[in-house]
Design a binder for this molecule. Structure first.
Ligand SMILES: [Fe+2]
Length: 372
């Protein structure tokens, strides 16, 4: 039985220029998908004859199927052999789709009604330290007709090469840094508790948790700028967590955060953080003596606190970087808690299958209510 796999080579370059030279990027047939800020700051002198797509031209929120369709229309049948995705989660999620032969209608693709055939070489270069998307086989888009996010997880979406360049994260604003690294932390804890976890995935999950918590402790003690010299650690942790959840899966925190992200356009890492403790308190109330006990002991050691205080300590540390908000403060209304619950039960089976313990509709509703 397959226990573990990493399909992409992982490469690290200090500078973007070194990456472009090593991969000989800049020929016709190269399709670079990025955002204008990254292009202006790091890429414009390097792209040569490559075709460049600025994702922000197609929308500023979380990516959706309409954006992919619009890019496809603008490419107008362009022939390309390599897709080079340089960006955050949105860029990578969209760009992965462009490595496939059959893309449109995107909703049909995500509902598995199209043949899934990989046709292009895919190179992923993250500019945040959260999604882990550079090493996963998942693309997540909001499907506008369905008003929720849906994940397409197929091997054809694995990158051929995942390239880590710490230079690209030096300009990441503090808010985006914390939201993305909290997302990576949540990938690590959710994959650790997943029933699909094994000794290999746990090693990556635990290493990611350790790097992120230690980094947060340094930032809490020394201030925001202390993140810059340790950015490589966060980038590494994010890829570790991506490898872990790429094999063992994410679960209820992600599942419950999707309606919040879709309806109120809350950034992915922040919406996950809004849900995190609700799910973990529910897990503790259902099965406190299982693997979650081992996880809490591990976290307590890293946080140097008593195990009973572990969530409180973690919340204090995280809140010093990104204050947690209630669902109502995002504008969520009481009747929407029912709608969100229905949406999770209807659409997020892929993730809910990885929960530490089974969560019923009533459990999901109670989690939302506790966070209201
Ligand atoms: Fe995530």
């Amino acid at each position: 039985m397959t226990q573990f796999r990493v399909k992409s080579t992982i490469q690290i370059f200090d500078r973007t220029k070194e990456f472009f030279e090593a991969f000989r990027i800049g020929e016709e047939g190269d399709l670079i998908i990025t955002i204008s800020f990254t292009y202006e700051k790091y890429l414009k002198d390097l792209v040569g004859k490559a075709t460049v797509v600025d994702l922000l031209k197609y929308g500023t929120g979380e990516p959706n199927d309409g954006m992919v369709e619009a890019i496809l229309r603008d490419l107008n049948g362009l022939h390309y052999q390599r897709v080079i995705a340089i960006g955050g989660g949105s860029v990578l999620d969209v760009a992965k789709i462009f490595a496939l032969k059959n893309i449109s209608p995107v909703q049909d693709l995500f509902e598995r009604k199209l043949d899934i055939v990989k046709e292009k070489t895919l190179i992923t270069v993250p500019t945040t330290c959260g999604t882990g998307s550079e090493v996963t086989n998942i693309s997540i888009l909001e499907i506008l007709n369905k008003k929720t996010k849906i994940g397409l997880a197929v091997d054809e979406l694995f990158a051929d090469d995942a390239v880590l360049i710490p230079e690209l994260l030096e300009t990441l604003p503090f808010g985006a840094f914390t939201a993305s690294s909290i997302d990576a932390f949540i990938h690590a804890v959710e994959s650790y508790l997943s029933p699909k976890a094994n000794a290999f995935t746990e090693m990556f999950s635990k290493n990611a948790m350790e790097l992120i918590l230690k980094g947060y402790q340094i930032i809490a003690a020394q201030g925001k700028e202390a993140r810059i010299p340790i950015m490589k650690d966060f980038l590494t942790a994010s890829t570790y967590a991506g490898i872990a959840f790429g094999n063992a899966g994410c679960a209820a925190v992600h599942a419950l955060s999707y309606p919040l992200g879709s309806v109120y356009h809350v950034p992915h890492g922040e919406s996950n953080y809004a849900i995190l403790y609700g799910v973990f308190h529910k897990y503790m109330s259902i099965c406190p003596e299982g693997k979650i006990k081992v996880l809490n002991e591990f976290l307590a050691k890293l946080l140097e606190c008593k195990v009973e205080k572990v969530y409180q300590e973690m919340e204090e540390l995280f809140n010093s970087l990104l204050p947690k908000k209630s669902l109502s403060s995002y504008g969520v209304t009481k009747p929407q808690l029912d709608e969100f619950t229905d949406s999770v039960i209807a659409n997020q089976g892929r993730l809910m299958a990885n929960n530490y313990v089974e969560l019923s509709r009533e459990d999901v509703f109670e989690i939302y209510s506790s966070l209201y």
